[in-house]
Design a protein around this ligand. Structure first.
Ligand SMILES: [Zn+2]
Length: 449
């Protein structure tokens, strides 16, 4: 089945034609591991996991190479490690393990390769040398800078007006830049807590790479100088992806870096931008304490990936109810291995139209087809019985049955004594622990919410 993908480079939905169908290659900019992944970070992981699954389905699991890097080199990482009094390696090993645990729970397949920036410093230095030798970069005050005017095609991906790009570049004004838009490929490490490596291009001061050069080096090392798909969040189009293209095309001399550039839209929380100051900031781990990973995955896929996604607790509750229904339909059934229903496959092949694919899954009546259809979205991956054993961590670690009964008895006594303030307090306290009380003619019953 022909796959069509929206390509940011052409601003159109193009038929996907891989450079080599025997080895379809995709690169996704991975996380900067300085802290736990928040739910906004999870969106590209899940969207492009779905793309990876679709490509494996169409071209064969052994014919797709997926590289997603780990940025373990960043000023935020240096700062965090310094504050906590641990080494950068100790910090990033811990955060990487937690990142894996979080996205495994959302059903993301591991990529074929997961290169770490700190393991590719040599390749980044070689790129710096190449770019300086060919006149696309220069050395100034112990920095290596990319010369944007050396690349006439600069701006082709983001299609930003020149003034806009200059204004964007102004946040980082430095006297040693020849042109305002030039960006850093390598910078000196001068503080004790900053990691440093011997510098390229004859610079005596030890230094470290800038962020953009990482992805040019790692994609070339694992996928080749040109490859099929490069993806990430919308916020990466400029400057990150624009700069990656400038570096890779100038260093390797090809007309493209990647053929297709894909970008997912932003994630909002209940209609607002997620931010720590608004108190609507959720890490994946926090959500996994309250909802099954598959419900989070289903909600992340409920909007088309290029559209903004509104992430709400009601949405999660609904997603959980949908999965309860689907798993309920599989319960106790003998399931046959059947192909992915065409209605689901067609929707996914049309630029990952997940809302349509999900509605197609809703139409499937045969349990085997339901499992195959939802399976194409990475859902219904567990045993139905296991699904119904799921319980939120909050409830699992909440009060025992005996504790609940004792609290109910204390509430009854308070009501008898007409101390309604105390009886309400006990009821609210249990509610906060996930236990709902219902007063009926035969007394008080309870359930875990
Ligand atoms: Zn990148």
């Amino acid at each position: 089945m022909a796959i069509r993908l929206y390509n940011t480079l052409t601003r159109s939905k193009d038929e996907f034609r891989p450079i080599d169908p025997n080895n379809v290659r995709m690169y996704v900019c991975g996380p900067t591991v300085y802290d736990d992944a928040h739910i906004g970070n999870a969106r590209p992981i899940i969207v492009f996991d779905l793309l990876y699954r679709l490509l494996r389905h169409e071209y064969g699991a052994d014919h797709v190479t997926y590289a997603r890097n780990i940025t373990d080199l960043d000023d935020k990482i240096n700062k965090r490690a310094h504050e906590r009094g641990v080494t950068i390696q100790e910090l990033t090993e811990g955060t990487t393990a937690r990142f894996h645990a979080a996205i495994d729970a959302l059903g993301a397949l591991r990529p074929t390769v997961e290169p770490r920036a700190t393991h590719h410093i040599e390749e980044m230095k070689v790129l710096c040398e190449k770019l300086v030798a060919s006149g696309h970069a220069y050395v100034a005050e112990d920095h290596v800078l990319f010369s944007v005017p050396s690349m006439p095609a600069y701006g082709k991906l983001s299609k930003r007006p020149l003034d806009d790009m200059i204004a964007g570049a102004r946040v980082d004004v430095a006297p040693y830049k020849r042109s305002e838009m030039d960006f850093v490929l390598w910078k000196p490490s001068t503080e004790a807590h900053e990691p440093g490596w011997p510098s390229p291009c004859g610079i005596a001061q030890p230094g470290r790479p800038g962020w953009h050069i990482e992805c040019s080096a790692m994609s070339a090392a694992h996928l080749g100088e040109t490859f099929d798909i490069h993806a990430g969040g919308l916020d990466l189009i400029f400057p990150h992806h624009e700069n990656e293209i400038a570096q890779s095309r100038s260093a390797f001399g090809h007309a493209i870096m990647a053929k297709y550039w894909m970008h997912n839209g932003f994630l909002n929380i209940s209609g607002e931008k997620m931010s720590k100051s608004l108190g609507n900031f959720f890490t994946v781990h926090e959500l996994l304490d309250q909802y099954p990973g598959e419900a989070i995955r289903l909600l992340l896929l409920s909007a088309h990936y290029r559209q903004p996604l509104d992430f709400t607790h009601e949405g999660l509750t609904q997603a959980k109810a949908t999965l309860d229904r689907w798993y309920g339909a599989l319960r106790g059934k003998e399931l046959k291995s059947v192909p992915v229903p065409a209605s689901v496959e067609e929707a996914l092949a049309d630029d990952l139209n997940t809302p349509q694919a999900i509605s197609a899954v809703h139409q499937l009546r045969d349990p085997s087809e339901l499992k195959a259809g939802a399976g194409a979205l990475g859902l219904l991956q567990q045993d139905a019985e296991a699904w119904f054993r799921w319980m939120p961590a909050a409830a699992a670690s909440g009060p025992s049955d005996a504790e609940i009964e004792a609290a109910i008895a204390a509430r009854q006594a308070a009501r008898k004594a007409r101390d309604f303030k105390e009886s309400d307090r006990i009821r609210d306290d249990l509610k906060a622990k996930g236990v709902i009380l219902e007063d009926g003619p035969k007394g008080t019953t309870w359930k875990r919410g």
